[in-house]
Design a protein around this ligand. Structure first.
Ligand SMILES: [Zn+2]
Length: 320
């Protein structure tokens, strides 16, 4: 009886927590009746789902433009929309620590299917020790052990291919009547991803230098798949604070390996990348983890493919 009472209280309390944290810019899109409504958590999943879903699906992205996903939590309207949707696509791999509670907070009548789109990728584990928000207090991985899953799967075109296939399969399952359309559009996305993968492979095989220094530890999958090594100023989450001795070690590495550029990204502060570059007398350049679009990216019609192509050009320049 007592247990029942507590259980009855837990859900409203949880909802309240989510509701209270729900301020700031809004997500894109609303539910459209008569279509397969697909709610995605952040940009790359949104782009692939929108491309593959085409005219048969209505895709809503939870993360607003210009916001990076590590610190973000959903708003009350996101619970309302997701409750009415047919599909909820999230990255998994520990990126969205809020997902388990979010799913428990959906309307009891909701028929939404939740799909972890990075499933099937050989996850990279890291012993990165900085405080970060990937697991969240309620995340399943918060079990006290020091290994964390690196969530940045999409930054490698090879992993993105697996994600696109998972997205296609979930659309076909939710809406088998439009299987043909989903398969056809997926075929086009997969072709583009394979072409991008081939370019990364052939171009990065040619560069003589293989060490990159980045601000946020977001490039492990890219490095694994294309033979590079990353050295990060900050941890898995871009707001983790670096330790003083790490900066000293990185400065030594930059000098020893003749590294000419420190990479930074546009959605978070470039202060530490600039400090390290100034201290070692090198320049900075963008390497984009494609966690979201900025307003400027959107105005330029940039997308996963154009941003990854720019990443490749910058890597070639930095490593030649
Ligand atoms: Zn990240």
């Amino acid at each position: 009886m007592l247990f029942k009472k507590i259980k009855g209280l837990a859900l409203p309390l949880m909802l309240l927590t989510i509701l209270l944290s729900g301020c700031g810019p809004k997500s894109s899109g609303t539910i459209v009746e008569g279509k397969v409504n697909v709610v995605t958590t952040f940009y790359p999943i949104y782009e692939f789902a929108k491309e593959i879903g085409g005219e048969d699906a209505n895709t809503i992205n939870l993360l607003p433009v210009g916001v990076e996903p590590h610190d973000w939590t959903p708003r009350s309207q996101d619970i309302v929309n997701t409750s009415k949707a047919q599909l909820f696509l999230y990255n998994g791999a520990g990126l969205e620590g809020w997902v388990p509670n979010f799913l428990k907070g959906l309307d009891s009548g909701s028929k939404v299917q939740a799909v972890e789109v990075s499933k099937g990728i050989d996850y990279i584990m890291t012993d990165e020790e900085e405080d970060h928000d990937h697991g969240g207090e309620n995340g399943e991985e918060a079990s006290g052990d020091s290994l964390h899953t690196d969530p940045h799967t999409w930054v490698s075109p090879k992993s993105a291919l697996i994600m696109a296939e998972n997205i296609k399969n979930s659309l076909v399952e939710a809406d088998p009547a439009h299987k043909e359309g989903y398969e056809e559009r997926y075929g086009k996305v997969a072709e583009r991803l394979k072409a991008l993968d081939a370019r990364f492979e052939s171009e990065l095989a040619k560069v003589p230098n293989k060490e990159i220094v980045v601000s946020h530890q977001a490039f492990a999958y890219l490095c694994r798949d294309y033979g590079l090594t990353q050295h990060a100023i900050m941890g898995l989450s871009p707001d983790a604070e670096p330790r003083g001795q790490d900066l000293v070690k990185l400065a030594e590495l930059v000098k020893k390996e003749n590294i000419r550029y420190i990479f930074f990204e546009e959605l978070v502060s470039d202060k530490l990348a600039k400090t390290l570059a100034a201290e070692t007398g090198v320049s900075t350049m963008v390497l984009n983890p494609v966690e979201g679009l900025t307003e400027k990216d959107q105005q330029n019609n940039d997308n996963y493919f154009t941003l990854m192509e720019k990443n490749l050009q910058n890597l070639i320049l930095a490593l030649k």
